[in-house]
Design a protein around this ligand. Structure first.
Ligand SMILES: [Zn+2]
Length: 418
């Protein structure tokens, strides 16, 4: 293997330089998808890639592919990617580290005059965050056939603005149809967004898969009545039902410790008045587990818990499963290539399962895929305080570089790839 190394200062400088697009007073980033700040960072990325001779393709979902040619351009590209959009109060690293490290890999190959066999591509996916246009991972989702174009184009934000109009507005509705783009493989470097690497004191997480997720919307209906004049035994208190359900949903994950998690993060009480017994409560549930069978079991336990509590309190309940993302196992062969690269670089590491959704989850349906995690301070993410160490970012980018070089060398002998 040639002894190539990325330029850690240059990589860090690009993270700081591009943070100005959407920078917030608290030094975070507000760069929601298809906004002016999103256009600015996309333009910057396109210019930086064309400066080193890459060809740019933009598909009709705005996904952007920067391609560095190889010796045999009939081969599908080895892809590196992530996202440049952020939460409204996001940090400088979530997604950004993956795309800019990809750019740094291209720059390193360019400086060294290293020509790979297959082309190398860096991808910026549209709307990973899903904060302005829900659901998340829409660009990669259409790419992988999870969502239709029609579904994505008709999404609208809270002001009623349509996804496809906003995409045209920032000039990133490309001509190529999203999905008509074969990849040899896909690798995504990302901050962990959790505390595991920090607690274990490891620098690299080799991500073997992502856990399954189920989202629900629950409506509990009771009866609004006077807080002073309605005796306790005659009440239909929807809020009391909700409180007991939250406790039950929390216990449900504890019953499947240590891997299960459950969260009720959004609650709306009606009429939300201090002297009225709550007549209706709407709340969300987020259940996650790496094993789809256990997640399925948690699904039926959820129904048992909430219907049991509703019956006890004489309430009605409706539960709607509004999103399901099955657990994903990444490509075993590619995981081993990453492991060899990490061990070759003598970096401390452990295997890890992703707790969050990522573009890699959807891309894994159409190409051999793997992810690499680096720590973020105290596991804090989706927060302006999000922090990653320059040395950790550099280590992650070097893992990317060495992994794709090995993948590319194997590519010369396609029979070797299972
Ligand atoms: Zn992300």
């Amino acid at each position: 293997m040639q002894n190539l190394e990325i330029d850690s200062k240059r990589l860090w400088d690009t993270i700081i330089e591009t943070a100005r697009f959407g920078i917030t007073v608290k030094d975070g980033i507000c760069r929601q998808t298809l906004t002016v700040a999103d256009r600015q960072v996309r333009d910057w990325f396109v210019n930086a890639c064309t400066d080193i001779g890459c060809a740019i393709t933009v598909d009709d979902m705005g996904n952007t592919f920067a391609c560095r040619e190889g010796k045999n351009n009939a081969l599908p590209p080895i892809a590196i990617g992530s996202h440049l959009d952020t939460q409204p109060s996001g940090g400088k690293f979530d997604g950004i580290v993956g795309v800019l490290s990809g750019l740094e890999v291209l720059r390193t190959l360019h400086d060294a005059g290293y020509i790979t066999n297959a082309p190398i591509e860096v991808i910026n996916w549209t709307n990973e965050e899903g904060s302005r246009f829900a659901p998340p991972m829409v660009g990669s989702g259409v790419f992988a056939g999870v969502f239709s174009h029609e579904f994505a184009f008709n999404l609208h934000d809270r002001e009623g603005k349509k996804f496809h109009e906003e995409l045209e507005c920032i000039g990133y509705k490309g001509k190529t149809k999203c999905g008509n783009h074969k990849l040899d493989s896909y690798i995504e470097l990302h901050i962990e967004q959790g505390p595991v690497l920090g607690v274990k004191n490891k620098l690299i997480g080799i991500v073997t898969g992502a856990q399954g997720m189920r989202w629900y919307e629950v409506t509990v209906t009771g009866y609004e009545s006077h807080a002073g004049c309605t005796p306790m035994q005659l009440r239909k208190d929807a809020m009391l039902g909700c409180a007991r359900m939250i406790e039950g949903i929390n216990q449900l994950a504890l019953n499947h410790a240590p891997l299960a998690v459950s969260t009720v993060g959004l609650v709306e009480v009606r009429p939300n008045s201090r002297n009225v017994i709550p007549g209706a409560v709407f709340f969300s549930v987020d259940l996650r587990h790496p094993d789809s069978t256990v997640l399925q079991q948690m699904d039926s336990e959820l129904v048992t818990v909430i219907t049991g509590i509703a019956a006890d309190l004489n309430l009605e309940v409706q539960c709607h499963n509004n999103w399901y993302s099955p657990s994903v196992a990444f490509d075993e062969h590619y995981i081993n290539v990453v492991r060899a690269a990490v061990e070759g670089l003598r970096i401390s590491h452990c295997d890890i399962i992703s707790g969050a959704g990522h573009d890699a989850v959807y891309v894994s349906r159409v190409a051999p895929t793997v992810m690499v995690f680096i720590p973020c301070e105290n596991g804090i993410s989706h927060n302006e305080q999000e922090k990653a160490e320059p040395d950790h970012v550099a280590a992650g980018a070097n893992v990317l570089l060495n992994t794709i070089i090995t993948r590319d060398k194997n590519r010369r002998y396609p029979n070797k790839i299972s």
